[in-house]
Design a protein around this ligand. Structure first.
Ligand code: GDP
Ligand code: IMO
Ligand code: MG
Length: 420
């Protein structure tokens, strides 16, 4: 029996969906623990692309139980649409009664807050994630379990709506939201989703106790974590190992393996600092070849070299037991490949650790180690053979971070993977 957590080690979009789907083979339960439909996880099965925003990446397998944990924020309309798209081709689904509901006013507020920031906007996905977590922390959120009782829905709406309407008014956002209207919406959601709602912590722990393999599928990445990300250019949840345990209702000591997923390079969507960003033809080549456009918003992703300073912080916070390196195929056939091994501050001094101050970070310049590129002709996935130059690149990363590399991914498909 193993509990494995899959964590995005960078700024999101590392390929967590693919790795979750790959590892799900031996699992009974796959649970999402945080985030909401800001996530966009792509799975490619037999050449067919599936994009999931809210449903765990195990949902496509009929024998797997999918769980939306207490730490997730749920937009019921998005969830219903995703379920509809899948039809009967899916496994069982359970939703934590403690998961918070993204209400229509949260999405409107997300837009209002972003526009009011002008140039300093975060570049959120616009899905109401921040405002929903904000209401959760302010103790006026509405939970999935609340939807099961008419009186509770009304009571919660009467607490939440006035404050949210005042905020919408502040941002001059017209709306026709009323307690009665939202009550009807909540009842519709209950009619369609009520049967899925349960105490998901009990369910996940039951499967752990029975000796079944459980996968916790992280969303986002450590560097947009609310605590350790490049604040304020972050999301509002904690995409870390600790967040995974709390958000699925299990004790941290129950987690056996922590797989840090990292691209062989680096991407970011939205605003915020990016020391190794490539604003040149190499960055464009990576974007085009790697199809680096947001799964959720379609926005072009900013691209740059792999940054080991960032990964040192991710490992320090999350305790990776191994790494899954993805998109190595995108770097094939390049003359040379760079990896950032440190920063230099304004004063020329070496900086080994990712700073918390963005003003300080903005003055840092990356220090690179350059590797010889490899030829795609030297890759034979079926035989597990990779070119010598790629091995040198992988060994360096593993040794520098002191983490074994357990998976290398050389394409979006399930079979384009080598276990090392
Ligand atoms: P996630 O949010 O971490 O699940 O990642 P996304 O799905 O948003 O973005 C990763 C993209 O890269 C998706 O389109 C995947 O199908 C694709 N992908 C994953 N691993 C690989 C890989 O090793 N090589 C290539 N070429 N594509 C990959
Ligand atoms: P997956 O799970 C990449 C980014 C947004 C924005 C910031 C805040 O697919 O890796 P939010 O809507 O969460 O308030 O936006 O976080 N962001 C992501 N970037 N991948 C994601 O998810 C992301 N989820 C949020 O672009 O910069
Ligand atoms: Mg994504």
């Amino acid at each position: 029996m193993t509990v494995t957590t899959i964590i995005g080690a960078q700024w999101g979009d590392e390929g967590k969906g693919k790795i979750t789907d790959y590892l799900a083979d031996n699992s009974k339960v796959v649970a999402r623990s945080q985030g909401g439909n800001n996530a966009g996880h792509t799975i490619v099965i037999d050449g067919k692309k599936h994009k999931l925003h809210l449903l765990p990446s195990g949902i496509l397998r009929k024998d797997i139980i999918s769980v939306i944990g207490n730490g997730v924020v749920v937009n019921p309309d998005v969830l219903l649409k995703e379920l509809d798209n899948l039809g009967d081709e899916r496994g069982q689904l359970f939703i934590s009664d403690r998961a918070h509901v993204i209400m229509p006013y949260h999405k409107l507020l997300d837009g209002g807050e972003e526009s009011s920031k002008g140039k300093s906007m975060i570049g959120t996905t616009g899905n109401g994630i921040g405002p929903c977590y904000s209401d959760k922390a302010s103790r006026i959120g509405i939970r999935m379990g609340d939807l099961l009782d008419d009186d509770i829905i009304i009571e919660r709406l009467e607490k939440a709506l006035p404050r949210n309407l005042a905020l919408l008014n502040h941002y001059k956002i017209n709306n026709r939201l009323t307690v009665e209207g939202l009550f009807q919406t909540c009842k519709e959601w209950r009619n369609k989703l009520g049967d899925f709602i349960t105490d998901a912590s009990l369910l996940v722990n039951k499967h752990i106790d029975e000796g079944n393999n459980v996968l916790l599928e992280g969303a986002q990445g450590v560097h947009i974590d609310i605590e350790y990300g490049t604040y304020p250019f972050v999301t509002s949840s904690s995409p870390t190992t600790a967040g995974a345990a709390l958000g699925s209702g299990i004790a941290p000591s129950k987690i056996d393996d922590v797989v840090g997923v990292t691209k062989a390079y680096l991407t970011r969507v939205g605003s915020g600092p990016f020391p190794t960003e490539l604003e040149d033809e190499v960055g464009e080549m990576i974007r085009d070849k790697g199809q680096e456009f947001g799964t959720t918003t379609g926005r072009p992703r900013r691209c740059g070299w792999l940054d080991l300073v960032m990964l040192e912080l991710s490992h320090r916070i999350c305790g990776f037991t191994s790494l899954a390196l993805t998109k190595l195929d995108i770097l094939s056939d390049m003359d040379e490949i760079k990896v950032c091994i440190g920063y230099k501050g304004e004063d020329g001094l070496e900086i080994k650790h990712f700073p918390s101050s963005l003003t300080y970070l903005a003055k840092c310049s990356p220090v690179y180690k350059t590797f010889a590129g490899w030829s795609s002709s030297g890759i034979d996935i079926s035989k597990g053979i990779v070119p010598n130059e790629m091995e040198i690149f992988l060994d360096f990363i593993s040794e520098k971070l002191n983490i074994p590399i357990s998976i290398i991914s050389l394409g979006p498909g399930r079979d384009e993977t080598i276990i090392s």
